[in-house]
Write a protein that binds this ligand. Structure first.
Ligand code: CTP
Length: 402
């Protein structure tokens, strides 16, 4: 698996002889882990059939701005939003000219204007057309606007000329596409993350829970996806949108969370226990609503299973990361949990500071880990939960490589 894991590549094919190489390009992009959708210009369809690219990409090929059927399925604006990368290969001289002019007279140019995704062009044309001042001026304009170019290659051309203008090899184009994304640090890794609180029912209308918002776990899910992992999020009840491309399993109680985690363990390389799991639950939940009676009332609680400890003692033990919320002796308590729960790494929070941790946008943490040469640690000053999540994921990737 390459660095295009989880990336959505919108491949736009223009009408040039190199269009026949698009079939191989679809495959190479998929081999690198990308999901591929294809747009074809009218000219492209003279060189290769939409059916070929549809069969290879596994998705309907889009070719007309005015096709009601296609617009009903995934319209041009949705396509533009869907893409993490718009790749135009082959990009003809005419395509470059129309992009430079900001035209929106067909599906390709319209989507190009409508997308905020990075754009990569793999030009292909006759060497003299490439060298022409008009094409070179268009190239300069497109580069200035932030578009990326892969190629063209130099050599013998279909028309018999020799010079620059051949479309780059599909493998090199796929590599060039991958290089536009920051990190593939967890490419191919399967990550399970628990997040949010659990709810332990007392009766049909009441429960015991905590203030966990789930923000840290969801930020970790996004960071892991960005690093190329596939992510299963096991989430207690929270008011957050499930991040793109993350598989979310919604649960209520600690027991439900444990059950789901155990089923996911067979396909898990990295487990991150970020949920604020209720340590205790009511000994028995009443079937009917509890009515008020005497002045005082006691609840009898019983211990919940420890999800992290169950994961680390499982035969398929993945690389395991836990969290520790402490109000005192942060390092000492966290190190104790690292050892006791058989973790590879622990993220310790000082929750006595109300500006960080539960429900806040920011966090600060002490990362402690075990490695061959002993324990390591990293103190992360207060930052957004997204930034902290990125640091945690990079550290995990680093430790995994080591
Ligand atoms: N955890 C878990 N299952 C539980 C309780 C906790 O998986 N039943 C996980 C949490 O997701 C977190 C870590 O264990 O990663 C926290 O450990 P824990 O010992 O529960 O720490 P605290 O909640 O801080 O509890 P205490 O300090 O009371 O031991």
């Amino acid at each position: 698996m390459g660095h295009l894991n989880n990336r959505r590549v919108l491949l736009a094919v223009c009408g040039g002889i190199a269009a026949y190489k698009s079939a191989e390009l679809v495959r190479k992009l998929q081999d690198s882990g990308a999901e591929v959708r294809v747009i074809m210009t009218r000219g492209a369809q003279e060189f290769i059939t939409p059916l070929t690219l549809q069969a290879l990409s596994g998705n309907t090929v889009h070719h007309s701005l005015l096709d009601e059927e296609a617009e009903r399925g995934m319209g041009h604006i949705e396509l533009a939003r869907w893409a993490d990368l718009m790749l135009i290969a082959p990009a003809t001289a005419d395509c470059m000219a129309r992009l430079a002019a900001g035209r929106a007279d067909d599906l390709l140019t319209t989507v190009a204007l409508a997308t905020s995704a990075p754009m990569l062009l793999a030009p292909a044309m006759n060497q003299q057309m490439w060298k022409d001042l008009a094409t070179q001026a268009n190239l300069a304009t497109l580069v200035e606007r932030g578009m990326h170019f892969a190629g063209p290659d130099s050599g013998e051309q279909a028309c018999g000329d020799i010079g620059p203008g051949r479309m780059l090899d599909p493998v090199a184009i796929a590599e060039s596409a991958a290089s536009l994304f920051k990190s593939g640090a967890l490419a191919g890794q399967r990550v399970v993350i628990t997040a949010g609180p659990t709810r332990e029912p007392l009766d049909p209308v009441r429960y015991i829970s905590n203030h966990s918002s789930g923000k840290m776990g969801y930020a970790l899910a996004r960071a892991a996806i960005d690093a190329g992992a596939s992510v299963q999020l096991v989430s207690g009840p929270v008011a957050l949108a499930v991040p793109d491309r993350v598989n979310c399993h919604s649960v209520g109680t600690a027991q439900e969370m444990l059950d789901v985690c155990m089923t996911l363990l067979e396909d898990c390389d990295i487990f991150i226990g970020c949920a604020a799991v209720a340590d205790y639950r009511p000994l028995s939940a009443c079937e009917q609503k509890i009515k008020k009676s005497s002045q005082e009332m006691s609840l009898q609680l019983t211990r919940n299973p420890d999800i992290l400890a169950s994961v680390t003692s499982h035969i398929a033990k993945p690389f395991s990361v836990g969290f520790a919320a402490e109000t005192e002796n942060l390092r000492e308590h966290a190190l104790g949990k690292l050892e006791r729960k058989g973790l590879n790494m622990i993220v310790a929070n000082d929750v006595s500071d109300s500006s960080i941790g539960f429900n806040s946008e920011n966090n600060a943490a002490l990362l402690l880990w075990r490695e061959a040469e002993g324990n390591g640690e990293l103190n992360v000053e207060q930052c957004s939960k997204d930034v902290l999540a990125g640091i945690i994921i990079s550290k995990i990737a680093h430790l995994r490589r080591a």
